[in-house]
Design a protein around this ligand. Structure first.
Ligand SMILES: Nc1ncnc2c1ncn2[C@@H]1O[C@H](COP(=O)(O)OP(=O)(O)OP(=O)(O)O)[C@@H](O)[C@H]1O
Ligand SMILES: [Mg+2]
Length: 384
């Protein structure tokens, strides 16, 4: 009989005491049986609770061992006050203790990438920045979880891989370099040998000297650009607003646009509080390299549109022209050095721009639209 089927006989109104006693006995028997069942269920439940508590305790212990063993520092905050932390945190924050309010130490220097900091070892005079750490914060209501990780080796590895890639590219470039240098060098040699001629009229001699100088200046410019391509690490960085970067790029190319009667339309509605950590001039130069190309494929009265927006917490710059689009023969190798369709160009402009942007942890991509080419640059924002 199930609980729902259990019925306790109702007390009859008859005045037969032996019948009443019988009904009462039956009711007690049912009550006893039901309470026995309940007791058995309760003890099974208690057993289950004990077993689960035991498992919880064991898995807490295992989790504790795991959290204490991982090399990353882990902190649990409540209302930004440290509740718990693992021992590894003390490697990064030696004085941290429970009950303190948490904040990134002032002496940690923010790096280009958001959430990354350089910690220099002031205890050892003259030592280099010692460690780069990555801080990940996950907020969940009043609680926050902080993970601090030493990424010095990852960064060194990344830079080494980038350097190796550049060296490989340099190898590929060798033939291109020889080709680029050969003609101006041969011309320069020719002018210099003419200059050695004693019978040369002073006017002709002056003209040869000027031509020689021009060839040498071109060669110098080419070698400077190649050096810029090889060293892509931002050295000294400074905070700069998006507007400052765009203004700087626009100022250096506006006159060229006007001289060709091409309209440069700039749309940027990003507040001045949005800052980027950049090497001065580097990002404006990269934008100028793209604008130079856009200008070179534009006809008078054409428009080039530069837009700056925030997309997924990153700065997004798009540059769109009304030219013929990127030639299909070059689109796959567009960002490689010496990829050019121009008789006068070196083919280094976009490869240098890409290096610069990637050195700032950004990305650059291109696609052809119905009206021309669209370049898209993304860059991490440091502060808002
Ligand atoms: N907006 C554009 N529209 C069409 N083609 C383009 C555009 N931008 C770049 N290109 C193509 O990409 C090539 C490479 O550009 P890049 O700036 O690297 O070198 P370049 O302009 O040829 O020479 P330089 O080193 O003097 O800039 C160009 O020669 C051109 O064929
Ligand atoms: Mg160019």
């Amino acid at each position: 009989m199930t609980n729902s089927e259990t019925t306790i006989p109702s007390s009859p109104k008859s005045a037969n005491p032996s019948l009443d006693a019988k009904h009462l006995e039956e009711a007690f028997a049912i009550f006893y049986a039901e309470s026995q069942k309940l007791e058995a269920q309760q003890s099974a439940l208690q057993e289950k609770i004990d077993q689960l508590s035991d498992e919880l305790h064991k898995s807490n212990q295992r989790l504790g061992i795991l959290v204490n063993a991982i090399p990353a520092g882990v902190i649990l905050l409540e209302n930004n006050i440290v509740l718990l932390h693992n021992p590894a945190v003390l490697h990064f924050l030696p004085t941290l203790s429970a009950g303190q309010s948490f904040q990134i130490p002032g002496e940690w220097e923010a790096s280009i990438a958001p959430g990354e900091y350089l910690i220099s070892n002031s205890a050892t005079p003259g030592s280099k920045p010692q460690m780069t750490v990555q801080v990940i914060r996950i907020d969940d209501g009043i609680r926050s979880f902080i993970q601090i990780q030493d990424i010095t080796a990852n960064i060194a590895l990344h830079q080494e891989t980038q350097r190796e890639n550049r060296l490989t590219a340099m190898g590929k470039m060798a033939a291109g370099i020889a080709h680029q240098f050969r003609t101006p060098l041969a011309t320069a040699l020719l002018y210099s040998s003419h200059l050695c001629d004693d019978d040369l009229a002073p006017d002709t001699s002056k003209e040869f000297a000027q031509r020689l100088r021009k060839q040498l200046l071109d060669l110098e410019k080419l070698s400077q650009e190649m050096l810029r391509f090889i060293s892509n690490r931002p050295s000294k960085t400074a905070l700069s607003s998006v507007q400052q970067i765009i203004d700087e790029a626009q100022a250096s190319i506006q006159a060229l646009f006007e001289s060709k009667d091409v309209k440069l339309i700039v749309q940027c509605s990003i507040p001045s509080s949005v800052m980027l950590l950049v090497e001065p001039k580097s990002i404006p130069n990269a934008i100028v390299a793209i604008l130079e190309n856009a200008l070179s494929v534009s006809k008078p009265k054409d428009k080039v549109l530069l837009q700056a927006t925030i997309d997924s917490k990153k700065l997004l710059i798009t540059i769109e022209d009304q030219g013929p689009g990127i030639a299909s023969t070059i689109i796959d190798s567009l960002f490689e050095p010496f990829s050019t369709t121009s008789a006068n160009g070196t083919g280094l402009g976009l490869s240098i721009a890409k290096n610069t942007i990637e050195a700032h942890r950004g990305t650059i991509a291109v696609k052809n639209s119905m009206h021309g080419a669209i370049f898209k640059i993304t860059l991490p924002i440091t502060s808002e």
